[in-house]
Design a protein around this ligand. Structure first.
Ligand code: SF4
Length: 387
């Protein structure tokens, strides 16, 4: 028997990677496909239950490999039914995922990184800095776990990559996870049209994504209508200003034929002026793209206030009047810090980022070399490119 630390975790490996990992035990390539289908399509996480494999092989697999997914360390349930999970990751560290019930179709808010390097100043995740990238198995494993906990069938829910992290900054793992999630034969069988990847605007990676075999929907966090204002709240804008971002979005729409939405978090006195409205309408019309207006979830640690709801509605109506499809996103789970921009391992009512129950999770994993200030500088210097 190997010591546990040396046993390789098979969860997250593609068919090709499984085939390579299994080759000393089982040279037939078909077996890798069988195991992939068990892991991802049927979500069987125990070799003993893979009964179409010979008993001897199952015993050898159990001795040589493990199947490990993120597991809930803490569960917080909101008044509105939204559930935030703090998850322990198989290879150390933590991340958060959110289950959002909504009529017949729930939404799973999934993380691509623990923390985030981009340091958007209105986002609590950004205050953590980048703790680490997640692997494809840790990304797809969040979906498998939430499906299991909430008894969900594929394509009866939506997935949004709007949890912790900038998905396009962890490009290869995201791409591999999308393959696991979307493959109809050996994967989860989820349609790319039910998956939305949200990005702060890594323009080259948006263009790269447009050319992939599996292209999800895209949500682009715009959040300002001038470079000056956007660079103040989103340091990544210094590397990829609005014009280059709009060009990448246009290319995505032309080449991918997939839906693209502009997200606009409304911050009082920052991006909600009378002049912002026509500029936002022009940017959206130029693509064209739908605009999702997001009321800011005020947090004591961040120096912003939400725009009054009256102003948010004025923006929506003004956009509609100018022929731009626009809607206001309902805030879900703000009482448990599960709402947009609030994920930071904090307990409800925390007064500071990463304090209280969450500090052990965040603090233990924080890379001293990657405080938010350093990440912001690297983002501004254009150092953050898709992996
Ligand atoms: S808004 Fe997104 S990209 Fe910006 S810091 Fe938060 S998680 Fe990162």
């Amino acid at each position: 028997m190997f010591p546990v630390a040396s046993i390789r975790n098979l969860y997250g490996l593609s068919v090709e990677e499984l085939s390579e990992a299994l080759s000393p035990l089982e040279p037939r390539p078909f077996t890798a496909r069988q195991i992939a289908a068990h892991l991802y399509a049927r979500r069987l996480l125990d070799f003993d239950r893979m009964t179409d494999l010979p008993a001897k092989l199952r015993a050898e697999l159990a001795r040589s490999f493990t199947i490990q997914l993120p597991s809930p360390a803490e569960t917080l349930v909101s008044r509105d039914g939204t559930t935030r999970y703090v998850l322990s990751l198989p290879s150390a560290g933590s991340v958060e995922a959110v289950f959002i019930p909504s009529g017949k179709r729930a939404t799973l808010c999934i993380s691509s990184q623990s923390g985030c390097a981009l340091g958007c100043t209105f986002c609590m995740t950004g205050t953590l800095g980048l703790l680490r990238h997640l692997s494809s198995g840790e990304i797809a494993g969040q979906v498998a776990l939430l499906m299991d906990l909430h008894r969900l069938r594929p394509n009866c829910f939506n997935i949004v990559f709007m949890g912790m992290g900038e998905p396009l900054h962890n490009y290869q793992a995201l791409k591999a996870a999308l393959r696991l999630l979307c493959d109809r034969r050996t994967g989860f069988g989820i349609s790319p049209g039910h998956i939305t990847v949200s990005t702060a605007g890594l323009a080259p990676a948006i263009e790269k994504l447009a050319a992939e075999e599996i292209v999800p929907r895209l949500a682009v966090s715009l959040n300002a209508t001038t470079d000056e204002a956007r660079s103040r709240i989103m340091p990544i804008n210094k590397s990829y200003p609005i014009l280059s971002l709009m060009e990448a979005c246009g290319k995505f729409l032309r080449e991918a034929g997939q839906r693209l939405t502009l997200e606009y978090v409304m911050l009082s006195g920052v991006n909600d002026s009378r002049e912002d409205l026509p500029r936002l309408a022009r940017l959206a019309s130029s693509l064209p793209a739908r605009v999702n207006l997001i009321p800011f979830n005020a947090t004591p640690e961040l120096p912003f206030q939400p725009s009054p709801m009256e102003q948010v509605r004025r923006f929506r109506d003004g956009l509609l009047k100018r022929g731009v499809r626009a809607s206001i996103r309902a805030s879900r789970g703000p009482d448990i810090r599960a709402a947009c921009g609030q994920l930071s391992f904090g307990a409800p009512g925390d007064g500071a980022a990463g304090t209280g129950r969450g500090e052990s999770a965040a603090g233990k994993n924080r890379r001293a070399s990657d405080p938010p200030e350093a990440a912001m500088e690297r983002a501004a210097a254009g150092e953050l490119v898709a992996r």
